[in-house]
Design a protein around this ligand. Structure first.
Ligand code: PAF
Length: 284
């Protein structure tokens, strides 16, 4: 079948009901558009594991803070449409804000504790906005499997918990970070960077690489690793650290001594652009 673009919730639900009735497995990739190779890797994985791939494109206002980039977030539907079609997406769900939020929203999904630290500390209502829209999208798209990128690691852990807590009958698949050849993790927000800023932004992946080298050579104290990362980033004039944390990869609680599986995560502001990156490492 050719690619369909559906803008109405009722129509999307009817389509998913029909597909499910035909015994088709639905793979779902939620996005805010401005597609890049990271999104395409989610689509590819979904293609491999399902009969039909649905991708949503919706810049979700309720996950942006008042000072954040909701208005300026990159939007280019015709480009996204081409990329989705080439990637093998069967259905794009592309609702307007009024379709998703037709009345004052009084019901929110809030995952506690896991959303307190890391990005949650600096983006107070962000995860509430994400879990609320993703829960709505699950009820609209009715997928069997859903695909999230590891770049937004905390988001993936939060969604996993929500799926379990609320008994969504959906399998969550987390797909590795896609990087440019020089190490920069792909993000729709990279389009904000000037050439100079883009060069500075390499400090995120470099600092993670440095952390890995320290840990590989036997360092086990988080604070030493974090302090070395801070030093490296301080050397970049355009970069300002928002946070660097080493946490348990499941609970997201900070660890003092690195053992078992940890997440090293950081947010750095480059000029006016906030970028995040992370690495999961396992030691005995
Ligand atoms: O990761 C994103 O692009 C968004 O947070 C998501 C999951 C599409 C919800 O708006």
């Amino acid at each position: 079948m050719g690619m369909k673009i559906i803008t109405q919730i009722r129509q999307m639900q009817a389509e998913s009901n029909k597909l499910r009735h035909q015994g088709k497995k639905i793979g779902f990739v939620p996005t805010m558009g401005a597609l890049h190779e990271g999104h395409l890797s989610l689509i590819r994985q979904a293609r491999l594991e399902n009969d039909v791939v649905v991708m949503s494109i919706f810049v979700n206002p309720i996950q942006f803070g008042p000072e954040e980039d909701y208005q300026t977030y990159p939007r280019d539907f015709s480009r996204d449409e081409e990329l989705a079609k080439d990637g093998g997406v069967e259905i794009i769900f592309y609702p307007a804000v009024e379709e998703m939020y037709p009345q004052e929203l009084l019901t929110f999904v809030n995952v506690e504790r896991l959303t307190d630290g890391l990005c949650g500390k600096f983006r107070p209502d962000h995860f509430r906005g994400v879990t609320t829209v993703v829960a709505k999208l699950f009820n609209i798209v009715k997928p069997h499997r859903t695909y999230f990128g590891q770049k937004d690691y905390q988001q993936a852990v939060v969604i996993k918990h929500m799926i379990e807590d609320l008994n969504f009958d959906i399998e969550l698949v987390i797909v590795p970070i896609v990087r440019d050849s020089d190490g920069l993790a792909l993000s729709s927000r990279n389009t904000y960077l000037s050439q100079k800023e883009r060069a500075s932004a390499l400090v995120l992946s470099k600092s993670l690489q440095q952390a890995k080298e320290l840990l590989d050579s036997g360092e086990r104290h988080s604070k030493n690793v974090i302090s070395r990362m801070n030093d490296l980033i301080k050397g970049e004039k355009l970069a300002r650290v928002q946070y660097i944390e080493i946490v348990d990869s499941q609970t997201l609680e900070p660890v003092e001594i690195v053992e078992k599986e940890v997440l090293i995560a950081l947010a750095v502001i480059i000029g006016k652009t906030r970028l995040i990156d992370n690495m999961v490492l396992k030691y005995n």
